[in-house]
Structure formats: C-alpha cells, structure tokens
Design a protein around this ligand. Structure first.
Ligand code: IPE
Ligand code: IPE
Ligand code: MG
Length: 247
C-alpha cells in the first residue's frame, strides 16, 4: 500500500515546515555543480507543494535560504537568488490556478532589488487566495526574528507603557513573521542532519520532528507522505500523561 493511501484524512497537520537540505551533496555525488543540486531541489519543492495541496494541508513553510547562507560563496548566492526568482515567476500561473497564496518570512530587505520585486509581486497578487499558503523562508533566521519581536514590544512599551507582567505567549507570537499562522505540527529535515539550523525556534516548541537521510533533490511525493504517516503515528502529549491523552 502506498504511503498516500495510509494517510488518515481526518488528521492532516495544518502546518508542515521543511528544512530542504542536501542539494550540494546530491550534486557532489553525481559530479555536478552545486547549483544543479539547487535546480533539482527547486523541482522537488514544487512537487512537495503540490503534494501538500493534494492532501489538504493549509500551510507549508519551506526553508529556502537562511540568514547564515549569505556567507556562502558569491557565485552560489547569486545562483540561488536567480533560481528563486525564476521558480516563482515560472510557477506563478499555477499558483493562481490552484488558489494558493504565496508569502515569505525573513528579512526581505537583504534580497537583491529585482528578486524582491518578483517575489513581492507574486505575494501581492496571490494574497486573496484561500487555498494552501506557501511560505518561503528567505533570508530567514530564528534568533533574528525573535530579536525583532523583542524590539517591536520594547518600542511599543516606549510609546505607550503597558503592564509587563500581563504579557502572554500570544502577544509575543503576534510580533513574529508568522503572526497569523498556526505553529507547525510537523517539521521535516532531509539529508541526515539532525539540527534545526536557526529555523522557527519559537514556533517549533511542540512540533513533531522528522529526520530522514534522503537528500532533498531525491525527496519525492511518496517520501513526503511517508513523513505524514509517521507523524500520524506519534502521540502528542504536550506534557500530559498518555492516559490523559487517551481519555
Ligand atoms: C540546502 O542544500 C539548500 C540551501 C541551504 C540553500 P545545501 O546547499 O545546504 O546542501 P548540502 O548541505 O551542502 O548538501
Ligand atoms: C539550512 O541548511 C538552511 C536551508 C535549508 C535553507 P544549511 O545547509 O544552511 O544548514 P547547516 O549550515 O548545515 O546547519
Ligand atoms: Mg546544507
């Protein structure tokens, strides 16, 4: 039986986040340039977005470029930026056709002007769509996001002081890039690395983590469904006992 058939349609996670890792190693293995790995990675990203849409996931967040990735060789950074623009522009028509909404999290101001313009246009034109929300984490850093939220709250306090002791988790969540999204129930990372690499640090506090050795350019639709099935077999206890969950 395929993994798709094993999925319980009544327990689909609303938000899945993905650390798409291993493009460089995939290319190395085949004696190709790293950028060819990224190109094949972009093809998989599209396949996984379609898979998420097919099973009714509401939000999928794809880690495409971290703040730390700016430190890579200039040629790789430029290649990645060009690939991002190209992928978004070439897939825009389908985005609209399937009623998907594109949005980004991260510091857009660091992006080259033309890349930012292409992305902002696609986000703007798809903003009213009501289907799957595709979130691209771009120039994204979790600590950076948290620091920004702290600064937002401090500035607000300076303008009009409030009762600090009454601040709730939710007040902080609302200052993050992900303010209007549910936290991811599931975080997937490919390529065998078992770390979170500064991704959604606040939001993944109770996410189920799924690690696989498969390199991102090999991570196909069935691999994605396999992760969903694995997630559906977990017992999410949120600090309670198994008995409490069962009752
Ligand atoms: C993930 O693949 C894509 C980005 C970080 C942009 P990598 O480029 O990190 O691939 P590896 O980890 O070197 O194999
Ligand atoms: C994480 O992958 C970032 C993305 C997938 C975009 P990296 O390859 O940059 O992570 P580290 O440096 O190995 O932790
Ligand atoms: Mg990597």
């Amino acid at each position: 039986m395929s993994f798709l058939e094993q999925i319980d349609r009544d327990r689909i996670p609303s938000h899945v986040a993905v650390i798409m890792d291993g493009n460089g190693r995939w290319a190395n293995k085949l004696g190709k340039d790293r950028l060819e790995g990224h190109t094949q990675g972009a093809v998989r990203a599209r396949e996984i977005v379609d898979a998420a849409n097919k099973i009714g996931i509401k939000y999928i967040t794809l880690y495409a470029f971290s703040i730390e990735n700016w430190e890579r060789p200039e040629s790789e950074v430029n290649g990645l930026m060009a690939l991002l623009s190209k992928s978004i522009v070439s897939q825009f028509a389908d985005l609209i056709k399937y009623n998907m909404r594109l949005t980004t999290i991260g510091d857009n101001s660091m992006l080259p002007d033309d890349v930012r313009a292409d992305i902002e246009e696609a986000c703007h034109k798809s903003a009213a769509n009501t289907g799957l929300t595709v979130v691209i984490a771009l120039s994204y850093g979790g600590r950076y996001e948290i620091m920004n939220a702290v600064k937002t709250l401090l500035k607000r306090y300076k303008q009009s002081p409030f009762d600090i002791d009454s601040l709730k988790d939710d007040d902080f969540s609302k200052c993050l890039y992900t303010a209007d999204m549910p936290d991811p129930e599931l975080l997937i990372r490919t390529s065998g690395e078992v770390r979170v690499s500064n991704f959604l640090l606040w939001q993944i506090s109770y996410s189920e983590l799924y690690f696989t050795d498969v390199l991102w350019p090999d991570f196909d639709e069935e691999q994605f469904y396999k992760a969903i099935v694995d997630y559906q077999h977990r017992e999410r206890r949120f600090g309670k006992t198994s008995q409490q969950i069962g009752s």
